[in-house]
Design a protein around this ligand. Structure first.
Ligand code: ACO
Length: 191
């Protein structure tokens, strides 16, 4: 995904972690144009992800990120676009309190890290970038994929999880979240 400004200047590292402050590994206070460009990138990525998932509205935007305690991992490619860099995709995570059903149908209350949004630019899908970004997040969070919950995963994402992390089948839930066998091993049963 190309932008009319220098992505390598905006995001110095291959991976950036953005939070409520929208800071990408640097202090943007006193540099409002950098902050505005970061907002443009997040809004554009959110729109593209919603379109790819055929959602009526974006679930990721700069204003949403500023108001929620979520983290957004961003992957760029340094060399493309004449050395200005391109944004390859993003992954958004956050903790959520969930009421889940285990394999026996017992109610379990948990607050796992959830995958909330995930998108790789259309022309770059199926080149391993999604795996690279997901692995970076797992390493940063020191987590295994089976211990996470997945918010309304798309068919492509379910295929991704089955292929790379052998996550299948899931334990049926009454909400939009998907969890897999093994999730409940370290969770205390509420009821
Ligand atoms: N059709 C089916 N499976 C796909 C497709 C596709 N078009 N694209 C990727 N996959 C799955 C397959 O398992 C594929 O393996 P295969 O090529 O051997 O079949 C595997 O992902 C490829 O792995 P990567 O190259 O590492 O993944 P990629 O860089 O394509 O990123 C992602 C995966 C993020 C799901 C990407 O395809 C994408 O952005 N899709 C559109 C948006 C989307 O559906 N996001 C998930 C939303 S749900 C949520 O965030 C909770």
């Amino acid at each position: 995904m190309e932008f009319p400004f220098d992505i390598n200047h905006l995001f110095p590292e291959r991976f950036s972690i953005l939070d409520q402050t929208l800071v990408a590994g640097r202090k943007t206070a006193g540099m409002p144009h950098l902050q505005a460009n970061i907002e443009t990138v997040i809004d554009e990525l959110g729109r593209a992800s919603a379109k790819a998932q055929q959602l009526p509205a974006s679930i990721t935007s700069a204003s949403k990120l500023q108001s929620q305690k979520h983290q957004l991992y961003l992957l760029k490619d340094v060399e493309s676009n004449g050395g200005r860099g391109v944004v390859v995709g993003f992954l958004k995570v956050g903790y959520k309190k969930l009421f889940l059903l285990d394999r026996q149908g017992s109610h379990v209350e948990a607050e796992p890290l959830c995958i909330l949004d995930f998108y790789i630019a259309e022309n770059l899908q199926r080149y391993g970038y999604g795996r690279e970004l997901f692995d970076f997040m797992l390493q940063h969070k020191k987590l295994k994929p089976v211990l996470m919950a997945y918010d309304r995963p798309s068919p492509k994402f379910l295929s991704f999880l089955a292929k790379h992390y052998c996550l299948t089948p899931s334990v049926p839930q009454a909400n939009n979240f998907v969890v897999f066998e093994g999730f409940f091993v370290n969770i205390s049963v509420a009821q």
